[in-house]
Design a protein around this ligand. Structure first.
Ligand code: ZN
Length: 474
C-alpha cells in the first residue's frame, strides 16, 4: 500500500519535471507589510459576514494553488522589524533588526535579487503604499546600517538605474527638505511624475520613472497613500501604481527579451496594524488584493513565464480573531467609515470650523457619522459611553493629551472609539508592535512549485532567484 502510494508520488514528480523547469521571466513579489495570517483571515471573514455567510469570502490571491508558511526571525531577535526581514526577503541573507541590505556585521553589503535580476537584463520596478525610502522597498536597493538613514537611501535609490519606482513619496519628505532629493534623482535620469495623467503623458519619453502622489496629499498625510478606508475619488491607489509599473516595465517591448522583476509592498497594512485598527486593515488588505489582481491579469496573458509570490515580512499587532465566547462580531466594523487618523482630522476640522471649540454634542455627532455610535447601528454600554466622555475631556479639556503609536499621533477620543469598536467586534490585539507569528506565502505560475513546503523569509528570496534563473550561490 505505502509502496504503491510512493510509486504514484514518484511518477507524479517525474511527470511534473518539465513544469518545474519553467523559468520565471516575469516576476512579481508582493509583500504585505505586517500581514499575518489573521490579517488575511480578518478580511475574508469580514467579507463573508457582509455576504451573510458564517464562512469566509476569499480574496483573490488566497485562492492560488500554492500556499505555505514562513518564519521571519532575524539575526538579533525572534521578532523582526521590516528592515531585517526586508533584507532577508530581498537578499536571501538574514541580518539584525534595523539594518538595510547590510549583513549582521553592519559593514558587509548584501546584493538584493533586484540587482541580480538587473544583471540578467531584466527591467526592475519597486513600489509601495508607503514611502519609497521606507524599510521594505529600501531593502531591495539600499545598503545602510540604519533604516533611518533616509537621505542616504534616497541617494542610493537614484543610483540604482532601476527602471521604475512608485509610491506616495520619499519617506519623511516635505516640499522643503526633499527638494534636493527630487533634483538629485532627476539629474540621474529619473522623470518624476505626480499623477497618473502626468505619468501617461511623460512615460513615452521617460528613460526611468518615479511616480509619486501629488505634493498636496503628501503635505497632509506624509509619505503614505491615503488609507484605503479614507480614500476619496481621484486619490492615487496601490493598484494605480502597480498598473503604471507594469505599463512602464513592458513599454516598447523592452521586457520582451529578458522580462522584469517588480516588487510591490502593501506598507499601509503594517501602519494600520501598529494602530490596532481592524476596520482599516480589512480595507487595506482588500486594497492590496486589488493591486495584486493587476499582476494576476498580467499572469493570465503570460501564464507559463510569470511567477507571482505574495507574502509578508512579519505579523503586526498579535491580532486575534475572537476575544472569547466562541464568537466573532465583525459586521459591526461596517459602521467604521474612517481610520483612527482620519477621525482625528475630522475632529480637528470641526474644532477649527467652530473657533477652536468642540462640544461633546459635536463630538457625539461625529462619532455617530463615522463609527455608528449613539445610533441604533451600534449599541454602546454605559461604561463605553463614559470611556468616550473621558477620552473627549482628555482630548479637548484644559490639559489636552495625545495618543502616540508607531506611525500616528491621535486624539484620545479617536483612539478610544477605535478601541471600543474593536472590542464590540471581538477582535483582540496583543500589542502595537510586531510578533514572531509565521506569515503566509501564496504563489502562482512558473516556479511556484518551489513554495509548497514550510519556508523562511531568507529562503523565499533564494527560491525566487532560482525560479528566475539568477540563483544566489554565495
Ligand atoms: Zn511595522
Amino acid at each position: 500500500m505505502y509502496r504503491t502510494i510512493f510509486a504514484l508520488a514518484a511518477s507524479a514528480m517525474i511527470a511534473a519535471t518539465p513544469a518545474s523547469a519553467r523559468t520565471a521571466k516575469y516576476i512579481f513579489y508582493f509583500i504585505g507589510d505586517g500581514m499575518g495570517p489573521n490579517h488575511v483571515a480578518l478580511a475574508e471573514y469580514y467579507h463573508g459576514t457582509m455576504a451573510d455567510s458564517l464562512g469566509t469570502q476569499p480574496l483573490g490571491f488566497s485562492q492560488w494553488p500554492v500556499a505555505t508558511l514562513a518564519s521571519t526571525y532575524s539575526e538579533s531577535s525572534r521578532v523582526t522589524d521590516s528592515a531585517a526581514s526586508g533584507t532577508a526577503l530581498a537578499t536571501g541573507t538574514k541580518t539584525v533588526n534595523g539594518s538595510i541590505g547590510m549583513a549582521a556585521d553592519l559593514t558587509t553589503p548584501l546584493k538584493s535579487i533586484a540587482y541580480r535580476a538587473q544583471e540578467t537584463g531584466k527591467r526592475i520596478g519597486i513600489a509601495s503604499s508607503v514611502g519609497i525610502t521606507h524599510a521594505t522597498p529600501a531593502a531591495f536597493y539600499g545598503h545602510t546600517a540604519s533604516r533611518n538613514s533616509y537621505g542616504e537611501l534616497a541617494k542610493q535609490l537614484a543610483a540604482t538605474g532601476f527602471d521604475y519606482f512608485g509610491g506616495p513619496d520619499f519617506y519623511y519628505s516635505n516640499p522643503s527638505d526633499t527638494a534636493g532629493i527630487y533634483k538629485y534623482a532627476t539629474e540621474r535620469g529619473y522623470t518624476i511624475t505626480r499623477s497618473i495623467d502626468d505619468f501617461e503623458r511623460l512615460a513615452p519619453s521617460a528613460k526611468q520613472m518615479i511616480l509619486l502622489q501629488p505634493l498636496e496629499t503628501t503635505a497632509i498625510l506624509g509619505a503614505t497613500l491615503p488609507y484605503a478606508i479614507d480614500r476619496k475619488p481621484g486619490d492615487m491607489t496601490l493598484r494605480d501604481i502597480t498598473e503604471a509599473g507594469i505599463d512602464f516595465l513592458t513599454r516598447d517591448g523592452k521586457a520582451d527579451e529578458n522580462g522584469f522583476f517588480f516588487m510591490v509592498e502593501g506598507g499601509n497594512i503594517d501602519w494600520e496594524a501598529h494602530g490596532n485598527d481592524a476596520a482599516s486593515i480589512i480595507h487595506e488588505v482588500s486594497d492590496f488584493d486589488d493591486a495584486i489582481s493587476a499582476a494576476y491579469n498580467f499572469y493570465l496573458t503570460h501564464p507559463d513565464e510569470t511567477l507571482i509570490v505574495v507574502t509578508a515580512d512579519h505579523e503586526t499587532g498579535s491580532l486575534n480573531l475572537s476575544t472569547g465566547g466562541y464568537k466573532l462580531n465583525l459586521g459591526v466594523l461596517a459602521n467604521q467609515r474612517v481610520s483612527e487618523s482620519e477621525m482625528s482630522r475630522v475632529l480637528n476640522n470641526l474644532r477649527r470650523a467652530n473657533n477652536g471649540i468642540i462640544t461633546w454634542e459635536m463630538a457625539q455627532k461625529a462619532l455617530a457619522d463615522n463609527f455608528g455610535f449613539f445610533t441604533d447601528a451600534v449599541k454602546l454600554s454605559e461604561a463605553q459611553t463614559e470611556r468616550l466622555k473621558t477620552a473627549f475631556t482628555k482630548s479637548f479639556g484644559d490639559n489636552p493629551e495625545v495618543v502616540v503609536s508607531e506611525y500616528r499621533t491621535d486624539y484620545p477620543l479617536s483612539a478610544e472609539a477605535k478601541k471600543i469598536i474593536n472590542e464590540i467586534a471581538l477582535v483582540g490585539w496583543g500589542s502595537g508592535d510586531h510578533s514572531a507569528t509565521y506569515v503566509p506565502v501564496f504563489a502562482i505560475g512558473a516556479g511556484s512549485e518551489n513554495f509548497t513546503s514550510r519556508t523562511d523569509n531568507a529562503e523565499i528570496a533564494r527560491k525566487i532567484a532560482a525560479a528566475g534563473g539568477f540563483p544566489i550561490n554565495d
